[in-house]
Design a protein around this ligand. Sequence first.
Ligand code: NAD
Length: 362
Amino acid sequence: MSQTYRITLLPGDGIGPEIMAVTVDILKLVGEQQGIQFEFTEALLGGAAIDATGEPLPQATLSQCQASDAVMLAAIGGYKWDNLPRSQRPETGLLGLRAGLKLFANLRPATILPQLIDASSLKREVVEGVDLMVVRELTGGIYFGEPKGVFETESGEQRGVNTMAYNLSEIDRIGRVAFETARKRGKKLCSVDKANVLEVSQLWRDRMNELAKEYSDVELSHLYVDNAAMQLVRDPKQFDTIVTGNLFGDILSDIAAMLTGSIGMLPSASLGADGPGLFEPVHGSAPDIAGQDKANPMAQVLSAAMMLRYGLDQPQAASKLEKAVGQVLDQGYRTGDTMSEGMKLVGCQAMGAALKDALKAG
Ligand code: NAD
């Protein structure tokens, strides 16, 4: 008997419902083609949840997500909720969801699609062929370490404090996700730290070296974060999978994203130890184009592909979606964000239809 995957959908705000509807349609088709059953259930998060219930993350949403096999989020936020107190803002709902699902690993691929190479701000010869993945630790490090706060010194001066701290077990679990991810990709892992200065980084590096003995098929290397930032811009093709802590990953994943030049194309995945992962585009809710059928659905579709590959272990279906994206770009279809001369400008729905045609043809 084939398994049915329970997927919670969080369309959220702005362009969220538009790109989610297109993506669900596409998932249904690939499911039919590959013999995969999905049971989709929608829930409220962000501004949509605030309007309906007064809270950005209702308990019913969190419980439903926790009981799913995977959670697919579009985007949350918008002008309407910008002036609410922090605890009631849409973003607080997203942070609560990440915490509630115990998502400690964030996977952000940066793949240069040959059709969109000119969207990158770097030279063609530098970015052509880039296909890398940043695995960022998400729930530890300096954003969460104690003590933190603004204190008063003995002399009465204010002093701001944050603490970069990792327990060995936290390093171990993100390391394992990274080695497993590298195994599914090019089998090369670069661990990024600041071990020449930080003790916490030395512990990180030592543990990565220990783990490497268990993953002898993966080639491990190390870079200091300052050098890694330079190398990402100088020669990004040298990287396959990068693993790093929360702060360094925050910065490096945005550098890597910008190599590709197009926010409407970038997916992400956040994974926990067990329980469902969260799959979402890197971009926000784009309130400036919401409701106008102008959104690029591809980041959401590629997030669905990450859900299939890293959340549900259905790599063939994932590859089908990724291939369809490439084919549609080859055919010249573009939404406004990736439009260039000579291409065919289409809206969100038409892009979805083109993706379905490509899936049927492929
Ligand atoms: P944004 O990513 O929403 O938009 C930035 C620019 O990129 C806009 O011009 C937008 O039109 C364009 N854009 C983004 N996604 C696109 C797509 N799929 N297709 C075509 N164009 C696209 O960032 P912002 O404007 O800084 O934030 C808008 C709202 O989104 C804010 O409320 C912010 O808090 C929220 N936000 C949410 C998330 C999330 O849900 N994870 C992430 C970032 C921002």
